[in-house]
Ligand binder design. Structure first.
Ligand code: CTP
Ligand code: MG
Length: 376
């Protein structure tokens, strides 16, 4: 029997209460989809061996890593996922709609699981609770004693064999909104550990903005600059900001010599003090000969995300006498935004001449400088 600890994320819902065309779990939150936030947090925890994400058929490409296909209800999606896993020692079942997963909660769950078949994070209820629809449908019913109640969150941790058996024993035709109630119905105790407000579920429009604010609350702003120059020569293509621009000359260099992407890449690396582009992609390495510079920028951005940071803003200045950058401004914004997985509004592109002065003025080369702001 496998002793693996597996995290199972259910992401096969329609997100009807949030609304819109894209199910909420695929909406962006600080540069990553909701589901990718929790997937990374779970995958990064040393107590978790692998993560499987349950998605609706056809949505497999919207998530990274291993996937399974969901069902018509949350309960069915979990059951499909459990069966797809095949064998495991322990499983943590998590809603993709809860993007922020503190490692401390996972620690508490795994510890509690040493002496129980199931463990869930809970929080006390702060508001007064009451029934509704007493007499008239819009009048309040009796108050419920909140001291006997808790809010139950995910991830919920289980002995794999016990939760799988409990799902199989669940009565046909009944639904369950979580898995702890399914384990309890099978006669097992479920331990409670302290939950966390950060785990609150995204359910209604507006919840994402709140999650973004919570994510940002503990982050610091960092700003860094990047600068680069390449020589303009005949017979080369001119790549600027990931866009091929028609011109009688192009930039020469070891890679595609995209001076704008190089400046942005250096600025991104600067925000996490991760050295510079030459250190990560040495010109002496033949792998980078003629390479598309987009991959350098994507790599730098992935280092920021891996450290828990998010890219807020890029301000790029291209310094050249010709060509005119204005007609390509939005194409460059879109390309840089796609590489960084942010929106066009977060990318500013400016250009200036140097009044025919210096090497840029004489058309011998193009310079670029960038300022990048992140939160981490
Ligand atoms: N879920 C699922 N399969 C379903 C229904 C729900 O995997 N058939 C998942 C959702 O993707 C979500 C979690 O279960 O991560 C909790 O469900 P909920 O918050 O209700 O999400 P949705 O069902 O997508 O939203 P809504 O009820 O507003 O449509
Ligand atoms: Mg639902």
């Amino acid at each position: 029997m496998s002793a693996e600890t597996i995290a199972l994320i259910v992401a096969a819902g329609k997100g009807e209460r949030v609304g819109g065309d894209t199910p909420k779990q695929f909406l962006p939150l600080a540069g990553l989809s909701l589901v990718e936030h929790s997937r990374r947090a779970l995958a990064a925890h040393p107590g978790i061996d692998r993560v499987v994400t349950v998605v609706a058929a056809g949505n497999e490409a919207l998530v990274e890593g291993q996937t399974a296909i969901g069902g018509a209800t949350r309960r069915e999606s979990v059951l499909n996922g459990l069966e797809a896993i095949g064998a495991a020692g322990r499983v943590l079942i998590h809603d993709a709609a809860r993007p922020i997963v503190p490692a401390t909660v996972i620690d508490r769950l795994l510890t509690a699981l040493d002496s129980a078949r199931g463990a869930v994070p809970t929080l006390p209820v702060a508001d007064t609770l009451a029934g509704k629809g007493a007499g008239k449908s819009d009048s309040l019913g009796d108050t419920v004693d909140r001291s006997t109640l808790v809010r139950v969150q995910t991830p919920q941790a289980f002995d794999y064999a016990a939760i799988l058996a409990a799902h199989h024993a669940w009565p046909i035709g009944e639904e369950a909104t979580d898995d702890a109630q399914i384990l309890r119905r099978a006669g097992h105790d479920v331990a409670m550990v302290d939950g966390d407000q950060l785990l609150d579920k995204i359910t209604y429009p507006g919840d994402i903005a709140l999650a973004e604010a919570r994510l940002g609350a503990n982050m610091r702003v960092r700003t860094a600059t990047g600068y680069d120059v390449h020589r303009l020569v005949a017979g080369e293509q001119l790549w600027l900001g990931g866009v091929l621009i028609p011109h009688d000359k192009g930039l020469s260099g070891h890679s595609d010599a995209d001076v704008a992407l190089h400046a942005i890449t250096d600025a991104v690396l600067g925000t996490i003090a991760a050295g510079d582009i030459g250190q990560h992609f040495p010109p002496s390495d033949s792998r980078w000969k003629g390479a598309e510079s987009g991959q350098f920028l994507e790599h730098a951005a992935s280092l920021v995300v891996a450290k828990g940071g998010m890219i807020d803003f890029v301000d790029l200045t291209i310094i050249c006498e010709a060509p005119k950058i204005g007609p390509y401004r939005d194409a460059i914004r879109d390309r840089v935004a796609a590489l960084l997985r942010v929106s066009r509004e977060q990318i500013s592109v400016k250009a200036t001449t140097t009044e025919r002065l210096g090497f840029t003025g004489r058309g011998e080369g193009i310079a670029a400088q960038a300022v990048v702001t992140i939160r981490i």
